[in-house]
Design a protein around this ligand. Structure first.
Ligand code: TXA
Ligand code: MG
Length: 338
């Protein structure tokens, strides 16, 4: 990547840099921020024009609402109405990779919620972003810092590759520790919590903390019609340009060979012995076979394999359950529509 032609500046979080970023956010500019899940493209959530810029830069349709990042429960209270159930989950899981969709308050503008009566709030754990939230003293609207529909960024260089010509700043907080977007739980009706998006905090953990079952959203009849309940549910998302196929654990994929370029064959865990397959290069998501390691690697590997060397990517599903379900959710969406 030739960074000279880029407008973006990469900051590492020195005190003067943090002050500059806080001032930039207060002035209505965009800043890409590190979180424990993925990098976000942040703007002052109380400034509708700044939030509109997020949609322009990402190429994101205005019907897809943004997540608002807050410092703590007190700040959440200024943006949403919620009861003891939400409070209990915030105490349990914040700061951390849990987004709660709750009934919004006046302070939240329509552009953030895409006109929905609810707002999605999350309190991130990454220390640099916590510091920045404190310094700017604003709620920050931040979707993942990628062009709409592409693979989410888990390193500062991913943000630079996708948005380097379009934004001024990325705060480099190192590779994201979790590597998959937050769990999204719908709590607008606390009697009927809904898991809108699986993530590092599992449905089982949420259910145990709340003491009630967590429903899954109704599948939508048609992809692109009707009101948007949880637009994160768009079935095609997170997609590399190279065709992606997924196969089940233990299955031997039927790779149609004879293409000029090789295919990338990605196993969940390091295969031992490494298979020799003509026309395929072998990769794996995890040395250890642990889902947390695979989650950390999956988006970075998809991006690397999408640089044009391969005619197709074949990727093995994660073992079901917990974080494996979140990985498989992203793989299903990345492969959808092929
Ligand atoms: O981990 C994360 O959540 C990352 C980091 C940056 O915090 N953010 C993220 O944002 O993944 P984004 O925009 O890529 O995904 C947010 C999802 C979208 O699919 C959006 O449709 C959904 O949250 N969402 C936002 N507000 C909503 C609402 N009021 N009701 C239902 N879904 C909502
Ligand atoms: Mg996203």
């Amino acid at each position: 990547m030739d960074n000279d032609s880029q407008r973006i500046r990469r900051f590492t979080g020195t005190a003067p840099e943090m002050r500059e970023l806080a001032a930039a956010l207060r002035a209505g500019n965009l800043v890409a921020i590190p979180t424990e899940t993925v990098y976000g493209l942040a703007a002052n959530a109380l400034d509708p024009l700044a939030c509109r810029r997020i949609f322009e830069v990402k190429g994101r349709p205005l019907i897809d609402p943004l997540i608002v990042h807050v410092t703590d429960v007190e700040h959440a209270r200024q943006l949403a109405d919620f009861g003891p159930e939400a409070e209990l989950l915030m105490e349990h899981f914040w700061p951390g990779p849990l987004t709660l969709v709750m009934n919004r308050r006046e302070a939240v503008s329509d552009i953030v919620t895409a006109g929905l009566p609810t707002v999605a709030l999350r309190c991130p754990r990454h220390p640099l972003t916590r510091k920045l939230l404190e310094l700017c003293a604003l709620p920050l609207a931040a979707p993942s810092a990628n062009r709409f529909g592409y693979v989410s960024p888990t390193r500062a260089e991913h943000v630079e590759a996708g948005l380097g010509d379009l934004i001024d700043y990325v705060l480099d907080g190192g590779p994201c520790n979790i590597g998959l977007e937050s769990t999204i739980l719908g709590l607008a009706d606390p009697d009927r919590p809904i898991l809108f998006r699986p993530g590092a905090i599992s449905r089982e953990e949420l259910s145990a903390a709340l003491g009630r079952p967590i429903a899954l959203p109704q599948p939508r009849a048609r992809e692109d019609t009707g009101p948007v309940d949880a637009p994160g549910m768009l079935s095609r998302h997170y997609s590399p340009s190279t065709p992606l196929h997924i196969f089940s654990v233990g299955e031997r994929p039927e790779i149609p060979g004879r293409s000029a370029e090789p295919v990338a064959l990605v196993f969940f865990a390091r295969p031992d012995p490494e298979p020799q397959i003509r026309g395929a290069e072998i990769f794996w998501l995890s040395e250890s076979g642990l889902p947390a390691e695979a989650a950390r690697n999956v988006f970075a590997l998809l991006r690397r394999l999408d640089e044009g060397r391969f005619s197709a990517i074949w990727m093995e599903r994660a073992p079901a359950g917990g974080l494996g379900d979140a990985i498989n959710d992203r793989l299903n969406r990345a492969a959808a529509g092929r």
